[in-house]
Design a binder for this molecule. Structure first.
Ligand code: PLP
Length: 385
């Protein structure tokens, strides 16, 4: 297929360099247009809605009237528009500037970066933490740095794309177990006994269905087969568990999960950034070997300021984390009473199952068209606290 496309743009001896460049571009466009058409044809085209206000429970969206109630951001605790979070970001911007123009190990580490890492480790009750530009980067950077061809990684088949990509980059022996299937995990762990280290990798909470990994069972299998447990807590940090520490706190296994990766781009202020927290030896190694950490710019001070304040708020009191539990129950029960089927466990991701993709898309368009009318007056940007 590629060959036939290439052959449709033959190069001739007499062509000037600019006409060759034009031919190459025309060929590229031809290839890409076909690819784009196939995405449209498959019905998987993703279009973006353009928000004209701050992220928050109430937003304004280009092309729709009035305010819209927003149920699809990962702004779980409403902290992305919390006045103290915004103020802290502004103060950091004023004091530490727009950015570092550097990676961390050259001249990109400020006091605020070290303080935030210390705060993250304290929040998760782990020895140390390392910041990344995103959790995607944290997942891209950990497996390759940690695991060698002597080792094995066992990954839930429905893990997030960034875990899958991170694992692809490493040279360890790879096992994929069926989604949350403990029998299958055990069989794979038995097979993996021949390797040096064994690392079980799972999302703490899976974002598509809001289902929660059976961490108790995973940890007891890990103990039985002397494996380490890694969890991605992007959809848990800040709100799952009595103090919002995450899935490991919710399920009582904080001392049994070795490594936590998570994001600052969802519940913790929603700006950007990710991290790994765990044993100090691991964090020390990541600072030496983890490529997205070594070869990408430092987190901007404003982002660090916002996340740092979000963590302060969560560590001062568990009221914010607890408020999520009540709201989730209220939403789930009222939607069920209205006749909708909501899948998943008690997670704030509440997939409303309409049974057909086209119907879901039409309903989303209708809801947007309907808007929230007068209801948002005076309620604009009020955090859900
Ligand atoms: N891991 C999971 C489970 C996620 O849902 C996401 C984001 O959608 C990521 C990692 C990536 O996080 P970030 O946006 O910080 O790159």
């Amino acid at each position: 297929m590629w060959c036939s496309r290439l052959l449709s743009y033959p190069l001739s001896q007499g062509q000037s360099s600019s006409s060759r460049a034009r031919a190459a571009l025309a060929q590229l466009n031809h290839v890409l247009e076909a690819e784009l058409e196939s995405i449209r044809g498959a019905g998987t085209w993703k279009s973006e809605r353009i928000i004209t206000s701050k992220q928050g429970p109430y937003i304004h969206v280009e092309g729709s009237r009035g305010g819209i109630l927003n149920f699809c951001a990962n702004n779980y605790l409403g902290l992305s528009s919390h006045p103290e979070v915004i103020r802290s970001g502004l103060e950091a911007l004023e004091k530490f500037g727009a950015g570092l123009s550097s990676v961390r190990f050259i001249c990109g580490t400020q006091t605020i970066h070290k303080n935030l890492e210390e705060k993250i480790a304290r929040f998760h009750q782990r020895e140390d933490a390392i910041l990344y530009a995103s959790c995607f980067d944290a997942n891209a950077g950990i497996f390759e740095a940690l695991l060698t061809p002597e080792d094995a990684v066992l990954s839930d088949e429905l893990n997030h794309a960034s875990i899958i990509d991170g694992i692809r980059l490493c040279k360890a022996n790879k096992y994929r177990y069926k989604h949350m299937d403990m029998q299958d995990l055990e069989a794979k762990l038995q097979d993996a006994q021949k390797h040096r280290l064994r690392l079980v990798a799972t999302d703490g909470a899976f974002s598509m269905d809001g289902d929660i990994a059976p961490l108790k069972e995973i940890c007891s299998l890990a103990q039985k087969y002397q494996a380490l447990v890694f969890i991605d807590e992007c959809h848990a940090t800040g709100f799952l568990g009595p103090n919002g520490r995450g899935t490991d706190e919710l399920l009582g296994v904080m001392d049994q999960v070795a490594i936590v990766n998570s994001t600052l781009g969802k519940a913790l202020g929603g700006a950007a950034g990710g991290y790994t927290t765990g044993p100090k030896t691991l964090i020390d190694l990541l600072r030496q070997r983890s490529r997205p950490y070594l070869f990408s710019n430092s987190l901007p001070p404003a982002v660090v300021g916002c996340a740092s304040k979000a963590l302060d708020l969560l560590m001062e009191s568990n009221a914010i984390a607890q408020s999520m539990v009540a709201k989730t129950r209220q939403f789930r029960s009222k939607m069920a009473a209205a006749g909708f089927r909501i899948s998943g466990n008690d997670h704030p991701i509440c997939p409303v199952m309409l049974g057909e993709a086209r119907l879901a898309s039409m309903m989303a368009d209708d809801l947007l068209e309907k808007g929230n009318g007068e209801g948002t007056k005076g309620a604009e940007m009020t955090p859900l606290l």
